[in-house]
Every structure is written in structure tokens, then in C-alpha cells.
Write a protein that binds this ligand. Structure first.
Ligand code: AMP
Length: 405
């Protein structure tokens, strides 16, 4: 089989992240990030193997960033691309998997914009610009929410009046689906199971954090909800708080909704608790120096994480393994150790030597003898997006051609 190439695009309101992946090679042939778009300081940094370069995007336009990609693709792609995969944050209830982008899919992404006003419109811009530049190949949407569409109603419904769900889509959707799916399938391979087999608890811990319960390749429950604010303590996001907090702050401090939203999304989490930083590396170092805020922030982060994992365990018939991933999950032995210390009830026990992060940070097991598996698996959302694009193209290629009536 030829070695097929996919360009993966993740477009934000002021950024454009891209990676060129081949079917056979784990490392991207080319990857990069255009930042500060929308300003005169727009800039694109890219690397391919040992080569690293910076290209100014002087007009700061997404369209200029996208067309600057074309000569790079021509230079580093050893054959024509077969697809462009677009990471889309919110697919609402419409999407349960990867979808070839057409007018109907664009409409549905637009409809889901009410649920992700910061993300979906920017990602539609990315689709529009990419379709102009890469006009003769399929464009495929991969949704952060799609993996969680297998959740049963008892996991995705809020205890709210029904019309808020049926008429306004108020329900739990979950996010980080691409990452949860990738690391759980890697865990199956690592433990010698069939891909998509096994009962897993996953913890994706980056700037955003979420947990997931997965059985045989299906998400059964996850910690994020209608928006990515629900659930765990994150870098600057609060995670779960009392739902009456909004009205309390409005009544007692006179805060409006924008002020409260900003506080919960940008001033809370690790940053709010520590008063120091949203970055776990800084907090781990400050905790070692005895900083009280950093100590509290790490303790709350790990306790809430353990509580979330323990809660999600009720979705599973057994636990084949607990998986840590994301910048914090992959790199912080302290967070893994503290979290597991709260989960003794499940027989989980960590091996301190295996828990120390080795150079290169490979996928590995870190449990002590007699403990269920505890795994550290570096996530690779671009690889998962590439695989889902190729699976979809293969499925389309083998579909019987519709007969005309
Ligand atoms: P991500 O969004 O997946 O890139 O993850 C970002 C988070 O990972 C930040 O909070 C970083 O501080 C954290 N992180 C990266 N490296 C380490 C490390 N060695 N120890 C602790 N946290 C880390």
C-alpha cells in the first residue's frame, strides 16, 4: 500500500496549528504553529526533522497563514495529500465520528457554535481557508465531542427540566475525545489486548483536564459536560463549583455574568488556588520550597482528580488500567503519586522507581506488584486524527456504489 499523507489542522481565533503526517511514520514530516493572527505581529514557526524556521505573517490573516503552508507541503510531502483533517471542538449531538466536510456538515458545525462560541467559528474559518488552498482533496472533520456520543442518557443528562435538553441542547457532551480514544487504544496494545478492548479510566491532564471511563472502545462517562469548564481543577478553570455560586456572587458582590465567567475560566483552577501560576511545573517547584498556595493547589488538583476517577469507576464492570496522559499526566510523578494515594480502595498502588519520568518519556506501566495496571501514555491527537481520516476514506472506498432507482 502507498504511504498516505494527511494534513491535520487545528484553527483557533488567533492561531493555526498544523501537522503533516504519514500513515507509516510516527513522527510528523512537518509541524508548526502560526500565532498572534489578527495582529500585525502574526508569525509562523515550523519544523521538519532538523530544520526549523520562522515566517512572518505580516497581515495577520488566517488566509495568509494557510497559503504560506502550501509551499511547505510541496517541499516536505513526498507524494500528494489524501485528506485534510480538521480538529473541531464541538459537534453537538450531530456527529458520532469523523465526517467528510460538505455543506450539511458546515451547517451542523455552525449550529453547534452556540455551545462553543470561542472555538467553532474559528474552526469554520480554518475549514473555509483550507478548502480554498487544498481544493481537490477531501476535508474531514474530527470532533472532540464525537467519542463521547456513546455515553448513555443516565451519564449525559443533567437533572434539569426536559425542554432545556430537547429544545436547547443542554446536556453533557464531554471533550478531549480524540486523546481519550488514542491513549485507551494504545493501552490495549501495550497490555497485549485487541485494539479497542479493555476497561479503562483515563486522565488527560494538560492545560485543560478531563477524565473518562472507556469500555471496549466506547466512552461511557467523562468529567467535562456541556462546556469544558465542568469537572476537574485545571490550569485557570475552576472545574465543578456549587451551581448557586453565580447567583451568590451576583447578589453579594454585584458581579455580572461576564465577570463571573471570566473568573471561573481564567482566574481559577491552579492559578486561583495557588495565587502563583497555572503551570504545574512552577507549582511543583514552589511546593518543594514550601510555598503554601502551591502546596494547596497541587493537593486539591490531585484529590479532585482521584474523586473524579473513583466516581467514573461506577461506569465500568472492572478496571483493566488507569491511564495518565497530557503534559501533567505524562510528566509529573508527584501528581501521579498523590492521585494514586487517594485510590487505595481500588487496590491501585504505584511503583516509585517506575513512576520517575525517564528520558524520552515512553509509554509504560508504573504500578507496583498486585496493583491493577497504571499506565503513562503520551497522547498524540494528530496521529489519532490521521488514523480516523484514513479509516473514513477506507470505509468510503469499500462502500457499495448506490444504484439509481
Ligand atoms: P499540555 O496542555 O498537555 O501541553 O500540558 C500543559 C501542562 O503540562 C502545564 O501545566 C505544564 O506545567 C505541565 N507540564 C509539562 N511538563 C511538566 C513537568 N515536567 N512536570 C509537571 N508538569 C508539567
Amino acid at each position: 500500500m502507498t504511504d498516505r499523507l494527511v494534513l491535520v489542522i487545528n484553527c483557533g481565533s488567533s492561531s493555526l496549528k498544523f501537522a503533516l503526517l504519514s500513515e507509516s511514520d510516527n513522527k510528523p514530516l512537518l509541524s508548526g504553529l502560526a500565532e498572534r493572527l489578527g495582529t500585525a505581529e502574526g508569525v509562523m514557526n515550523w519544523k521538519a526533522g532538523e530544520i526549523r524556521e520562522q515566517v512572518p505573517i505580516r497581515d495577520g490573516r488566517h488566509s495568509t497563514a494557510m497559503s504560506s503552508l502550501l509551499p511547505l507541503i510541496e517541499r516536505f510531502a513526498h507524494q500528494p495529500l489524501v485528506a485534510v483533517g480538521h480538529r473541531i471542538v464541538h459537534g453537538g449531538e450531530h456527529f458520532t465520528g469523523a465526517s467528510i466536510i460538505n455543506d450539511e456538515v458546515i451547517d451542523a458545525i455552525q449550529q453547534a457554535s452556540a455551545l462553543a462560541p470561542l472555538h467553532n467559528p474559528a474552526q469554520l474559518t480554518g475549514i473555509d481557508e483550507a478548502m480554498k488552498v487544498f481544493s481537490d482533496i477531501p476535508h474531514i472533520a474530527i470532533f472532540d465531542t464525537a467519542f463521547h456520543q456513546s455515553m448513555p442518557a443516565h451519564a449525559y443528562r443533567y437533572a434539569l427540566p426536559e425542554y432545556l435538553y430537547t429544545e436547547h441542547g443542554v446536556r453533557r457532551y464531554g471533550f478531549h475525545g480524540t486523546s481519550h480514544r488514542y491513549v485507551s487504544s494504545q493501552a490495549s496494545l501495550l497490555l497485549g489486548m485487541q485494539p479497542d478492548q479493555g476497561a479503562w479510566l483515563t486522565a488527560h491532564l494538560g492545560n485543560g483536564c478531563s477524565t473518562c471511563a472507556i469500555l471496549d472502545g466506547q466512552s461511557l462517562d467523562t468529567s467535562m459536560g456541556m462546556t469544558p469548564l465542568e469537572g476537574l481543577v485545571m490550569g485557570t478553570r475552576s472545574g465543578d463549583v456549587d451551581p448557586n455560586l453565580h447567583s451568590h456572587l451576583a447578589r453579594t458582590l454585584g458581579w455580572d455574568l461576564d465577570r463571573i465567567d471570566h473568573m471561573l475560566n481564567r482566574e481559577s483552577g491552579l492559578l486561583g488556588l495557588s495565587g502563583l501560576s497555572n503551570d504545574m511545573r512552577t507549582l511543583v517547584a514552589a511546593r518543594e520550597e514550601g510555598h503554601d498556595g502551591a502546596t494547596l493547589a497541587v493537593d486539591v488538583f490531585c484529590y479532585r482528580l482521584a474523586r473524579s476517577l473513583a466516581g467514573l469507576a461506577v461506569a465500568l464492570p472492572r478496571i483493566d488500567g488507569l491511564i495518565f496522559t497530557g503534559g501533567i499526566g505524562e510528566n509529573s510523578p508527584l501528581v501521579r503519586e498523590l492521585t494514586i494515594s487517594h485510590l487505595a480502595l481500588f487496590g491501585l498502588n504505584i511503583d516509585p522507581a517506575a513512576n520517575a519520568t525517564p528520558p524520552g518519556n515512553p509509554a509504560r506501566q508504573i504500578q507496583a506488584a498486585n496493583s491493577p495496571a497504571i499506565l503513562v501514555i503520551p497522547t498524540d491527537e494528530e496521529r489519532q486524527i490521521t488514523e480516523e481520516c484514513l479509516e473514513l476514506l477506507d470505509a468510503k472506498a469499500t462502500q457499495p456504489v448506490e444504484q439509481e432507482a
